[in-house]
Design a protein around this ligand. Structure first.
Ligand code: AMP
Ligand code: GLY
Length: 420
């Protein structure tokens, strides 16, 4: 089977790593890929959001199966174009990708599905939005409706912050994404994510994870794309997972099918858990980054079989073979991230590290230059390890971190603390 993965971050490196272990994979191309991915697969430059270009590329390279990593190509309808061309693809249609691309759409679907989530209002003008904030009071959460690269959510602990966020959003701070605004009840509890494969009808859980969004130790400081993650998430007990599947995921999938837009791909179910009750925070229509890295570490080669079964509508006969294991990933970021940071600093010591089913350094933002690996982004490496328990996995991951010679990089030393 010839496979094309769209994307070029740590998530796609881990997908490529898992896919390459499956003997079914004859050839793997990742577009655009990165320096780490180039060590295990062919990389190609291709505009992943241009459906026509992706179809042409897939045809010219005799691709049998396309796996879409990030949300932007999905929201741009790339999966629809591939399906129309008769090419097997893992990832939802543009219409189903609205579960991530529009917060108000997701809220409507939750209403129809009677899925537990935060109460909300949906606004197209600032005045009505502000009245809603004034009558509900803080804390309250203000969200740009559209895709805003993870930055369109303001958790306002006081009213003034919420009102300022409304002005920013309608003032164009998030471009078109902020032309409509959703304002939500603030939910308390512990956050965790559930990852579910869907084939339009059937659903299959493939694991749970928790990430650390804040840059600083003890979960302090500014928000980031994620500084580390671990799987499984102990807070998502089998009982709570079953409730989330029954009360949230299944009814949502039923509503999507009834609307004529069945969902196929992976669904990232962001949950807030309090007193044993899960409530939906958000859906994403892709794997999380860096949550994917820990899931792939645990699933290995079977990840390809599972994604293929979802794409072919065969999830009913699929099952996950679980090892009773734990995985963790520690993000190495460039000093200054999530603010401004330097690119092009050299990372040494990677070649000496183990690369096996227990230890992997996935590249998130790197570039090769001659025989050197250079940092080429904010989040640069995902140092990932597996163990019989979380402590063992964590100790392995930090032992690798300590062997990496990159003075311009930093990590959080406390990834996994909640679970440990
Ligand atoms: P989202 O992009 O919707 O996941 O929001 C980003 C982050 O904001 C989430 O991971 C939560 O930590 C927080 N958040 C979003 N919505 C709420 C809510 N209704 N109550 C509390 N926190 C929230
Ligand atoms: N790590 C959070 C996300 O991928 O959205």
């Amino acid at each position: 089977m010839n496979i094309l993965i769209l994307g070029g971050g740590g998530r796609e490196h881990s997908l490529a790593w898992a896919v390459m272990q499956n003997p079914k994979c004859d050839k793997l191309i990742v577009a655009p890929g990165n320096a780490g991915i180039a060590q295990i697969a062919e990389c190609a430059s291709l505009d992943a959001e241009d459906g026509g270009a992706v179809v042409t590329f897939a045809e010219e390279n005799a691709i049998d199966f396309v796996i879409v990593g990030p949300e932007a190509p999905l929201a741009a309808g790339v999966a629809d174009r591939l399906r129309a061309a008769g090419i097997l693809v893992f990832g939802p249609s543009e219409a189903a990708a609205r579960l991530e691309a529009s917060k108000s759409f997701t809220k409507e679907v939750c209403d129809a599905a009677q899925a537990p989530t935060a109460g909300y209002g949906h606004f197209t003008d600032a005045q009505a939005a502000k009245d809603y904030v004034r009558s509900n009071g803080a804390p309250i959460v203000v969200k740009a409706d559209g895709l805003a690269a993870g930055k369109g959510v303001i958790v306002a602990m006081d009213e003034a912050t919420a009102l300022a966020a409304i002005d920013d959003m309608f003032g164009g701070a998030f471009g078109g994404a902020g032309a409509e605004v959703v304002i939500e009840e603030f939910m308390e509890g512990e956050e965790a994510s559930l990852f579910v494969l869907c084939d339009g009808e059937e659903i299959l859980s493939i694991g749970t994870a928790q990430d650390h969004k804040r840059v600083g130790e003890g979960d302090t400081g500014p928000n980031t794309g994620g500084m580390g993650a671990y799987s499984p998430a102990p807070v998502l007990s089998p009982e709570i997972e079953a409730r989330a599947m029954e009360e949230i995921v299944k009814p949502t999938m039923r509503v999507m099918a009834e609307r004529g837009t069945p969902y196929q791909g992976v669904l990232y179910v962001g949950l807030m858990i309090k007193d044993g009750q899960p409530r939906l925070v958000e859906y994403n229509v892709r794997f999380g980054d860096p949550e994917c890295q820990v899931l792939m570490m645990r699933l290995g080669a079977q990840a390809l079989d599972l994604m293929q079964a979802a794409a072919e509508g065969r999830l009913k006969e699929a099952q996950v073979n679980w090892a009773d294991d734990h995985a963790i990933t520690v993000v190495m970021a460039a000093a200054g991230y999530p603010g401004s940071y330097a690119k092009g600093t050299e990372i040494k010591g990677l070649a000496a590290l183990p690369e096996d089913s227990m230890n992997m350094v996935f590249h998130a933002g790197t570039k090769a230059s001659a025989d050197k690996i250079l940092a080429n982004g904010g989040r640069v490496l995902n140092v990932t390890a597996r163990g019989q328990n979380l402590r063992e996995a964590r100790d392995r991951a930090y032992a690798m971190v300590d062997q990496i010679d990159w003075p311009e990089g930093f990590v959080r030393r406390d990834i996994g603390w909640r679970a440990l």
